[in-house]
Design a binder for this molecule. Structure first.
Ligand code: SF4
Length: 781
């Protein structure tokens, strides 16, 4: 048994003891099925705190955790079915190696680690580690893998990363970088206290995005003093509650946003004092916005000018305004421009750095990076934004004879062959890779194409944490404890990366000394860590794995949370006053130590920072401390709106398909078992009654959907929640899943068989998933 294996065996033995102790501390040692275990729902970025009961490996009961500092007992209906994630039939329980005939065989961890290390270092040594792309790293509450991967990436010399943010959010990140100085500085809404909530291309009733989303929406709806504004082509659940539903024609959000801003300028709804005191570029911006023809914009976006004016007045006169955009405008025509204009709505009205407005929260760790001007991927020359290769550029970075092409990929906790645009193009490109390694919990579409599949623990079998939290003035964090043993031979990603680093010869010298120091106590460890990092830069470069290897053995079943020690040190150095304001005591390393211990010992999560709203100003990264309103690179695109006619119903694809609608029956791809859905089991095509009549279909009839890139069939759901000419399909369907007899079937439409990688934003390359041109006809047979 290797050292690493021996350590893991010891950890597991200790964990078993601790699990038993935990059950006894609940006073129910006689019946373990009655014990409530604290954890979180992993089905959306909210990560609501939940408590679950277990019967063996099955999650039998779920309820909201009232002690969770943000969700306070709230959940939506999805959390109740989380066992379908935990106990999916396609979980992977041992390492797999692909044979030449395409089948997989089980291999031992020692064999898998040795061969993966050899294949990837082979690429590094022959053409350079920068020819290996790392994709994924987590999401929806699974965040440690991306951090622990750093050890492997440093050892291999990997320079390029990407993940789902680079198909959805990088245009938005780029715009906020221009305005606030860093692409990872995102202002978030204070919906709990706001007088006017504005949702643009977002339906928080289903997509959530802030604590207790449905409760907050109901509170706003039931308070005459508070207003709700929604811009969405659909009558979504949120739109149906709105004071102003701006029912924009699909793909014309930029015109609607331009009209709202022009009305604000024309009617004097702007906050001139705020703009003069805190912003640069207002004069140029006002001139640009004033040039927009409000009536023409209203005509193009399909909303009455009077409705636009009424909504602009509500927003411009509200005591406070919070707003959030989402994929409805981020994966639609003019997506980066849309994100700029959405930010201007709250900035020109002065709703920044104040209660109920938009604020820059503290975070324990950023959710993305920042790319400087001129950073591009090594093959296509497309811009890298937030430190990420654009997803839509990945196939062209592989399937080419360019000398810098990617030869190898590590895909972790992600399924790009299903979730990225134009799956056919991705499959063609991935087939050209010399080595594809997938680390995941389930046999995904991408895992099926891999050379090696390394099984990871589920999120309930290892410690994990909530990194998306961004609340003001108090922010919270939850480090979750494992509640189940790992399935089969699956391992926490921290252990997988630790073993890979060791097998690649990348373990920093001195790690054993650090582990010895950790055994002597935290003080000795901190001193040894300081010394080691000052003499060996590799220690800092691979800090997550170093912490896991050295500090982890002192942490029992929480070893994979060792990385939180680094996060605690950073928080205590960067904003000690805010950490102390949250009740954590001490200075310097003592403060870091106390924060770390408190995080480890707060299974429901804790408030770890408290700030003043006005401290938002201290977080602006521009040296002048101002918000830079004007984005020169988007000026021409804004002006071109005057001459452009939105492309609707003009060619052989007369319908606009929103590919990937959020419904109560989907949760990205986190749950793959189709049985988790009580309704909408096959993922219906929502279609307007007039269109259904024209096509001659009724509810339940199958409809053939044809795009430039593919075709599919789905049952019709006739509803006037979509307008004529617009149809929608949910995301998260079309996955391949084995039935009880082991026969694999595809359930519903995989929307990326219809999307086209070439339909994308010119700047960020975010694909136009919400604006896929299709033709429809009744299915035959
Ligand atoms: S799906 Fe999201 S909102 Fe619903 S319970 Fe889970 S984390 Fe909370």
């Amino acid at each position: 048994m290797s050292d690493a294996n021996a350590r893991l065996a010891a950890l597991r033995a200790k964990r078993a003891g601790e699990s038993a102790a935990a059950a006894q501390s609940n006073g129910t040692e006689e019946d373990p099925t009655k014990v409530w275990h604290k954890t979180a729902c992993v089905l959306c970025s909210n990560n609501c705190g939940i408590e679950v009961r277990l019967d063996g490996r099955k999650i039998t009961r779920v309820r909201g955790d009232k002690e969770h500092p943000a969700s306070k007992g709230y959940t939506c209906e999805k959390a109740l079915r989380i066992d379908y994630y935990q106990n999916g039939r396609d979980r992977i329980s041992s390492p797999l190696r692909r044979n030449s005939d395409g089948t997989f065989e089980e291999v031992s961890w020692d064999v898998a680690i040795a061969e993966v290390a050899e294949r990837l270092t082979g690429i590094r040594d022959s053409v350079g580690g920068d020819k290996i792309l790392y994709y994924g790293g987590g999401g929806q509450g699974n965040h440690f893998p991306g951090a622990y991967a750093r050890g492997v990436l440093q050892t291999l010399g990997v320079k390029y990363r990407s993940n789902a943010l680079a198909q959805e959010k990088t245009g938005m990140f780029w715009a906020q970088g221009k305005m606030f100085g860093k692409q990872n500085l995102g202002a978030l809404g204070d919906f709990e206290h706001t007088d006017c909530a504005v949702f643009i291309g977002k339906n928080p009733w289903q997509s959530h995005g802030f604590p207790e989303s449905r409760n907050e929406l109901n509170k706003i709806r039931n308070d005459d003093e508070r207003k709700l504004v929604v811009m969405d082509p659909r009558v979504s659940e949120t739109a149906a509650m709105a004071d102003h539903h701006l029912r924009v024609r699909p793909g014309t959000d930029a015109w609607a946003l331009a009209a709202l801003l022009a009305i604000m300028v024309e009617e004097g709804l702007t906050d001139e004092k705020f703009l003069a005191d805190h912003c640069t570029g207002w004069d140029e911006l006002r001139d640009l916005i004033s040039g927009a023809d409000i009536a023409d914009c209203a005509r193009k976006c399909g909303i009455d000018e009077a409705e636009l004016r009424a909504a602009a007045r509500t927003m411009g006169t509200a005591k406070s305004l919070s707003t959030e955009e989402d994929l409805g405008i981020e994966t639609a025509p003019h997506s980066t421009l849309n994100s700029w204009l959405q930010r201007l709505l709250y900035l020109v009205t002065g709703n920044f750095a104040k209660p109920g407005g938009m604020n820059l929260p503290l975070r324990l760790a950023p959710i993305c990076g920042h790319s400087g001007e001129g950073e591009t991927d090594p093959v296509t020359g497309n811009a890298m934004l937030s430190g990420l290769v654009a997803c839509a550029a990945i196939p062209d970075c592989i399937d080419t004879d360019h000398p810098n092409r990617f030869r190898g990929m590590i895909v972790e906790s992600a399924n790009p062959l299903h979730t990225l645009p134009d799956s056919k193009r991705f499959r063609e490109a991935f087939a050209k890779l010399e080595c594809l390694v997938v680390i995941d919990v389930a046999m995904t579409e991408t895992a099926r194409a891999a050379d090696y599949v390394l099984p990871a623990c589920s999120q309930y079998e290892k410690p994990e944490a909530t990194f998306f939290a961004g609340e003001m003035p108090a922010n919270y964090f939850q480090v979750r404890h494992p509640i189940l043993e790992p399935l089969g031979e699956s391992l926490p990603e921290a252990e997988i990366h630790s073993r890979l680093v060791a097998a690649m010869g990348g373990r920093p010298a001195g790690t054993d000394g650090l582990a010895d120091a950790a055994q002597q106590g935290r003080e000795a460890f901190i001193e040894a860590l300081g010394e080691a990092s000052s003499t060996d830069p590799d220690v800092g470069a691979k800090l997550p794995v170093v912490l896991y290897d050295a500090l982890g053995p002192t942490m029992g079943n929480m070893a994979p949370a060792a990385i939180m020690f680094g996060a605690s040190m950073q928080a205590s150095m960067r904003y000690p006053d805010e950490v102390r304001a949250a009740g954590v005591e001490g200075d310097g390393l003592e403060l870091a130590n106390n924060l770390f211990d408190k995080l480890m010992n707060s299974p429901s999560g804790m408030i770890y920072s408290v700030s003043e709203y006005s401290q938002t100003w201290d977080r602006i990264a521009h040296p002048d401390g101002n918000i830079h309103l004007y984005i020169e690179e988007l000026e021409d695109e804004f002006r071109s709106l005057a001459d452009e006619e939105p492309a609707i119903g003009q060619d052989r694809f007369p319908f606009v398909l929103s590919a990937g609608e959020r419904r109560s029956s989907n949760a990205n791809d986190v749950i793959r078992d189709p049985e988790w859905r009580k309704k909408d089991k096959t993922g219906s095509l929502r279609i307007n009654p007039d269109d259904a009549t024209t096509l001659g279909v009724v509810d339940g009839d199958r409809v053939r959907i044809v795009s430039k890139r593919g075709e599919a069939e789905a049952p019709a759901e006739v509803t006037d929640t979509v307008m004529a000419g617009h149809v929608t399909l949910p995301h998260g369907f079309g996955t391949e899943y084995p039935d009880e007899d082991g026969e694999h079937k595809i359930h519903g439409v995989a929307v990326n068989e219809l999307t086209d990688i070439e339909d994308r934003d010119w700047l960020s390359l975010t694909p136009h998933h919400k604006h896929v041109r299709v033709a429809l006809e009744p299915a035959v047979g």
